[in-house]
Design a protein around this ligand. Structure first.
Ligand code: PXL
Length: 276
């Protein structure tokens, strides 16, 4: 059985980060381990008054213990990280647990729709760029891609050449593979484009554009992609599975947006993920 550790916060209510990653990875038949980087009462995307307990100082101790029991990890998948120090510690974790055949997957969670999430800024983006240097695969959305490149966010009106150029420059940060999410060339479709800098291959996969904003779909996509890549290292197949599952979760949420504005109803879709 393959094993993935996901390193990100646990938002106790709100369906994102670890409460999404763990069930998705488990449903894919992969052993899911975690290092919670912080405990929040809710995520930060629309709630006010949330609590935040930082767990940064626990991470090196967990890493040292895992190292002492020779724990092997088929992938390390990082998401939301809350501070500069945390990024540095996760970077040390990469150095300790990297092997010739495991995957370091970084979702540089910082913002969406051209805006930073609460608490992030340009200096944090520079630090996140340092973590991306060590990754095998990075999974930014268009907002995070612009932040990593120190550029203005372009919301729409771009073409395929623009995205390909962006993918190449993102790969120059250091990762072998870049998967850019939230790409849309028209009103009716949205999807992802990827680039493998070792083979020079681009890949695109689009699905129906479903109007509305659906929180934490980035975490759903990244968790599914991490799982799919670990099971079978075929990027185009993994992207298709991750996009199709994410779209399925969105479709199950349409019509329930009032009640489920804080996160998609991914639970209903886990049985179909098992069959994918
Ligand atoms: O879905 C990304 C995410 C993860 N963790 C926390 C967040 C967010 C986005 O808002 O607030 C705590």
């Amino acid at each position: 059985m393959k094993r993935i550790v996901s390193i990100q916060d646990i938002s106790c209510f709100g369906k994102c980060s670890l409460t999404v990653a763990l069930p998705i990875i488990s449903a894919m038949g992969i052993e899911a381990c975690c290092i919670p980087t912080a405990v929040l009462s809710t995520h930060t995307g629309g709630f006010t008054g949330y609590t935040y307990r930082d767990l940064t100082s626990d991470i090196p101790n967990i890493a040292a213990h895992w190292n002492s029991i020779n724990l092997n990890l088929d992938a390390v998948y990082t998401g939301y990280l809350g501070s500069f120090e945390q990024i540095k510690i996760v970077s040390d974790f990469f150095d300790t647990f990297k092997t010739d055949d495991n995957l370091l997957i970084v979702d540089p969670v910082m913002g969406d729709k051209g805006k930073f999430y609460a608490g992030f800024n340009e200096a944090f983006a520079l630090e996140m760029k340092n973590l991306c240097k060590k990754a095998d695969v990075i999974l930014p959305n268009l907002t995070e891609a612009a932040l990593l490149l120190g550029e203005e966010y372009v919301e729409s009106g771009y073409d395929e050449e623009f995205i390909k150029n962006m993918l190449i420059r993102l790969s120059e940060i250091g990762s072998k593979i870049v998967v850019l999410t939230g790409v849309s060339f028209n009103d009716y479709s949205q999807g992802v484009m990827s680039y493998n800098s070792k083979t020079g291959e681009f890949f695109s996969y689009f699905s129906d554009n479903i109007p509305g904003y659906f929180h934490s779909t980035g975490d759903v996509f990244s968790s599914t992609l991490a799982g799919a890549l670990v099971k079978e290292p075929n990027m185009s197949k993994a992207i298709k599975i991750a996009v199709d599952f994410t779209v399925d979760c969105i479709k199950h949420t349409v019509g329930h947006e009032k009640e489920h504005w804080y996160g998609v109803r991914f639970e209903e879709c886990l049985p179909s993920l098992m069959n994918m």
